[in-house]
Design a binder for this molecule. Structure first.
Ligand code: PMP
Length: 410
């Protein structure tokens, strides 16, 4: 019976949330999940999305077909514009691509992992150390051995590029998959430079590695959609590599619970694409049959209507600016407290997360003494924090900084 099952601990994010919910303190703050919050710590519906929803005339609200099934590969206009957003002009080679709408970025990662595990039979998938916690879960579930390449230099609080290169150049096997974060690396907030990306592409070519890009934060790293797709497009521009990209609209459109995403496979020929499409559709059919409609319609409207698209760019800017100002606020508090150590990385890291470098012991102290909840890895979600540089929560940033300060001085 099930009583013989091995006990599996809760995902660290959910464990943290439960501990937070149980804490009666009025001062409690959680810096866990990668979700955007506005200056009042409230969820933020992007005004561009709100505007689209308010349009009572849009077809999908009126049509009797509004609850019909989509095709297995999803809403065709959506997958096309989603592909073009990510691949830019390279998307024009449409017959080399297979694109399917997925259950957001997670579903895309999972479908991609299933497909590659069967079609490439890699000896391993290489993840950055550290990576998004679900990557190892997803690849483990499809039975592919998970190996890690060095990424984060805990001493210098930067990318350990030399070790990364050394590992990839010596220990990978042709046909292995390498998972790369397209931009705004989760959890470290540190991305390779353009030169470093070119070197990684060289290694993929010379070692026969299959690149799997995970793009969950386009628009959040540099604030520029094209710039944030630079690495992926660089790989494509070489014309030598086939690759996969998992794309999420959870963060950049604030559509978390709508589960809007896509999986894109770039192949070397239209024949390969046609064959791969059959396999991907079979996997999708067995798992979800068809993806959901509503979020795909919303995202398509934003990406195809010029007025809404311009408004979306403003929304993206609003989110990334607030994150930057929060980073600055936290940094300044730590500096003014004279907290031992260097904290510049809090402002130089990009995207939603800051990998603070706090130890698990320090994290525990901060939680028990200051009621500030941080993942054991020391990663904090900057916009998700319930502290703010301005407005009613101005006191919170001081409280968080003070908690860190106390723990670091121990
Ligand atoms: N990849 C990475 C690196 C992420 O950080 C996330 C969100 N935390 C995802 C994929 C997937 O998110 P979603 O399923 O909500 O699109």
């Amino acid at each position: 019976g099930f009583s013989n099952l091995e006990a599996i601990p809760l995902d660290p994010h959910y464990a943290l949330k439960e501990a937070f919910a149980d804490d009666p303190s009025a001062k409690k703050v959680i810096l866990g999940s990668g979700i955007y919050r506005d200056g009042n710590s409230e969820p933020w519906v992007l005004p561009s999305i709100e505007e689209r929803k308010a349009e009572k005339e849009v077809d999908e609200h009126k049509s009797s077909a509004r609850y019909e099934y989509l095709p297995i590969s999803g809403y065709a206009p959506f997958v096309t514009v989603a592909r073009d957003l990510l691949f830019g002009r390279y998307g024009a080679k449409a017959d080399h691509f297979v694109s399917l709408q997925t259950i957001s970025g997670t579903g895309a990662n999972s479908l991609g992992a299933q497909f590659l595990s069967k079609s490439l039979r890699p000896s391993a998938v290489w993840l950055s150390n550290p990576s998004w916690v679900n990557h190892s879960n997803i690849w483990g579930l499809v039975g592919v051995k998970v190996k890690y390449y060095p990424y984060w230099d805990a001493q210098k609080k930067t990318l350990d590029f030399d070790s990364m290169v050394k590992k990839l150049e010596t220990e990978t096997v042709s046909g292995d998959v390498i998972l790369l974060h397209a931009c705004a690396h989760n959890p470290t907030g540190v991305d390779p430079t353009k030169e470093q990306w070119a070197k990684i592409a060289d290694i993929c070519e010379s070692r026969g590695l299959f690149p799997f890009f995970d793009s969950a934060y386009q628009g959040f790293a540099s604030g520029d959609l094209d710039e944030d797709a630079w690495a992926l497009r660089h790989f494509v521009s070489r014309g030598t590599l086939e690759l996969v990209a998992a794309q999420s609209f959870s963060k950049n459109m604030g559509l978390y619970g709508e589960r809007v995403g896509a999986l894109h496979l770039l192949t070397s020929s239209p024949e390969a694409a046609a064959k791969a499409k059959g396999h991907l559709c079979q996997l999708q059919r067995g798992q979800i049959s068809q993806p959901p409609r509503r979020g795909a319609h919303l995202a398509t409207a934003i990406l195809t209507n010029q007025v809404l698209f311009q408004k979306w760019l403003i929304d993206l800017h609003e989110m990334s600016s607030r994150i930057k100002s929060m980073r600055q606020a936290l940094y300044e508090e730590l500096v003014s407290l004279g907290t031992p150590g260097k904290w510049e990385h809090i402002i130089s890291q990009i995207g939603m997360f800051s990998y603070t470098g706090l130890s698990s012991v320090q994290v525990e102290t901060i939680q028990s003494e200051s009621h500030v909840y941080i993942l054991k890895s020391g990663r904090i979600s900057v916009p998700g924090c319930e502290f703010s540089f301005e407005g009613v929560n101005a006191a919170n940033v001081k409280h968080v900084a003070k908690g860190i300060d106390t723990a670091v001085r121990r």
